[in-house]
Design a protein. Structure first.
Length: 135
């Protein structure tokens, strides 16, 4: 094997270079490992009007304790999901022009137990206004 090496080449230099390369790359990998090991859960749901999926609805998930918000929107099938980093109480609000806004309280358990998907039914704002006037 010595005949393949250039004069003055030290084989242990490759080990040193490999070790330095791994040490340089290791800090970048650590945050991902820590995030995967920490608590994470997902609030999922679907938004409908009279049984029909509604795409493009703005969904805002608010941490009741800190007030921090996460905003997403429903996909073409009316579904949404939002990852939360800790257990606790959250508010899920929906909004879309021409529809009355909704708000639902969600408790994310510390046990990591599955959260039942939310089913949000939107109502036309004109229907809500007519009901309020009639009452």
């Amino acid at each position: 094997m010595d005949f393949l090496l250039a004069p003055g080449f030290r084989p242990y230099g490759m080990g040193l270079a490999l070790g330095l390369a791994l040490a340089w790359a290791a800090p970048a990998a650590r945050p991902r490992q820590q995030a995967a090991a920490g608590f994470a859960d997902t609030i999922r749901g679907a938004v409908e009007v009279d049984g029909m999926a509604v795409p493009g609805v703005t969904v805002t998930v608010t941490d009741a304790a800190s007030g921090q918000t996460y905003v997403t929107s429903t996909d073409e099938a009316g579904r949404f999901e939002a990852r939360v980093a800790h257990p606790g109480a959250f508010r899920v609000a929906t909004s879309m022009p021409a529809f009355a806004p909704t708000e639902t309280a969600v408790a994310v358990p510390a046990s990591g137990a599955a959260i039942a998907p939310l089913q949000v039914n939107l109502t036309l704002a004109s229907r809500v206004a007519a009901t309020a006037v009639a009452a």
